[in-house]
Design a protein around this ligand. Structure first.
Ligand code: AMP
Length: 428
């Protein structure tokens, strides 16, 4: 029979890469606790309408990328392509806007988009995200960006560029959209089919097109940039945000083409980019989405948030750091020589676990040579050998794999010796 393989655009994450994931996940959880953003775990699938209305009918995500199917009850459901609309759905569904309107959330987990897979672009990928709902102030935008910056730095990432833009608000955006449409209409014939279809329905999406020739038409001196159309309120919002960031030594670059692929953003949008991952250069992004609640049926709930792509963060970390630093290894390799040895070492493993000393117990009836090799491959510091003889004499043979020193120790003194050695290794 043919082997069954992974679906395209998905991946198994295991030893050793999983340890880098733990490193990233631990930092995200720690920072969430410091800033008191509380985790929300929403379902992996939602009613399709949530994303159609929330993310926007005209977006690539909704038009081309969703895993949508009818369940056995004939309802259309969609594997979540992003995390913000589900968080807002949950907030509104539980009526937080009435009894506790200011909420700070975080989430972490898989997302699904039917995209053309390549390095850093998957069909099942993972994001962590932070959402501050109920806050109008640009200080909330600043907190979200600061938080993202803190997390990237604590993870150990370097050379990340922060780009920001404003998409205007209900007051100033319509005038900009009209000007933009006029500009795009004049060049309509030169755009790809997708873009020319969107000029009338959702012109901002044209700015997002990945097609190089479309981008060349846009990057032109006569292109009307939104920064010149912002109303006083939006301009003040942006200046205030930049002021806070600058005072925290974060220096954003204004990119007037940054519209992002989801329709719900107004005012602030931002993206974190790297030069080191080729075309998939965005490792996170977000913005203000004061219109999202309206699309979901409740008027005027402000929100701001960001989402980071974990695969890309991990790719970048692997490029920039020594991945081995994150690997967890057993401190002690337990090597039984026979059934008696297995019994003795299983008992010992309980004591090691109680003392929080990591170990690996091998059950293969292989030669001692195999066990030594295996212990070294796993980067263990010590190996303990036990069999019938050790059982009779109530001793263990303990070998330090770093120094090569080998000795026979009594069961009584073993734990004390190991604890001391383990503390020394942990402290170096
Ligand atoms: P978005 O939800 O589109 O704002 O994306 C936020 C971040 O998720 C991006 O900056 C990427 O780092 C990551 N991301 C988005 N789509 C994918 C994908 N298909 N594969 C891997 N990462 C992705």
């Amino acid at each position: 029979m043919e082997k069954i393989t992974l679906p395209k655009g998905t991946k198994d994450i295991g030893d050793p890469e999983i340890f880098i994931w733990y490193h990233v996940e631990n930092i995200v959880r720690l920072e969430a606790a410091h800033y008191h953003y509380i985790e929300l775990r929403t379902p992996l699938f939602e009613h399709t309408e949530l994303f159609a209305r929330g993310v926007g009918e005209e977006t690539d995500i909704v038009q081309k990328e969703m895993y949508t199917f009818l369940d056995k009850g004939g309802r259309s459901v969609t594997l979540r392509p992003e995390g913000t609309a589900p968080v807002m759905r949950s907030y509104l569904e539980q009526s937080f806007h009435i009894h506790n309107p200011r909420m700070k959330y975080f989430y972490m987990g898989p997302m699904f988009r039917y995209e053309r897979p390549q390095a850093g672009r998957m069909r099942q990928f993972h994001q962590f995200g932070f959402e501050a709902i109920g806050f109008q102030s640009p200080a909330a935008d600043a907190e979200i960006i600061l938080l993202a910056d803190r997390i990237y730095k604590k993870i150990g990432l370097k050379n990340i560029r922060l780009e920001i833009n404003s998409l205007g608000c209900r007051k100033c955006k319509p005038q900009y959209l009209e000007t933009l449409k006029n500009y795009l209409r004049n060049q309509a014939a030169q755009f790809c089919k997708n873009c020319s279809n969107r000029i009338e329905t959702n012109p901002l999406r044209v700015l997002d097109c990945k097609n190089e020739s479309c981008q060349n038409i846009l990057h032109n001196e006569s292109f009307p940039i939104i920064q010149n159309f912002l109303c006083d309120e939006c301009r003040t919002h942006q200046n205030h945000l930049i002021g806070i960031l600058e005072s925290a030594q974060i220096h954003p670059v204004i990119n007037p083409y940054l519209v992002r692929g989801l329709d719900y953003y107004i005012k602030t949008t931002f993206e974190m980019k790297t030069e080191e991952l080729g075309a998939q250069n965005a490792i996170g992004g977000g913005g203000r989405y004061d219109n999202l609640s309206d699309a979901l049926g409740v008027k005027g709930i402000p929100g701001v948030g960001f989402a980071a792509g974990m695969e890309r963060i991990i790719l970048l970390l692997q490029k920039q750091s020594e991945s081995k630093a994150f690997f967890q290894k057993p401190f002690i390799y337990l090597s039984p020589l026979d059934q008696q040895g297995e019994n003795v070492l299983l008992k010992l493993s309980i004591v090691l676990d109680e003392k929080s000393i990591p170990f690996y117990l091998d059950f293969s009836d292989k030669s001692l040579k195999y066990h030594f090799k295996n212990a070294q491959r796993m980067d263990a510091s010590f190996i303990i050998i036990a069999g019938e003889n050790e059982h009779q004499t109530k001793t263990y043979t303990l070998k330090n794999l770093l120094s090569g020193e080998q000795k026979v120790v009594s069961q009584k003194t073993l734990i004390g010796d190991l604890l001391e050695a383990y503390q020394n290794v942990k402290n170096t």
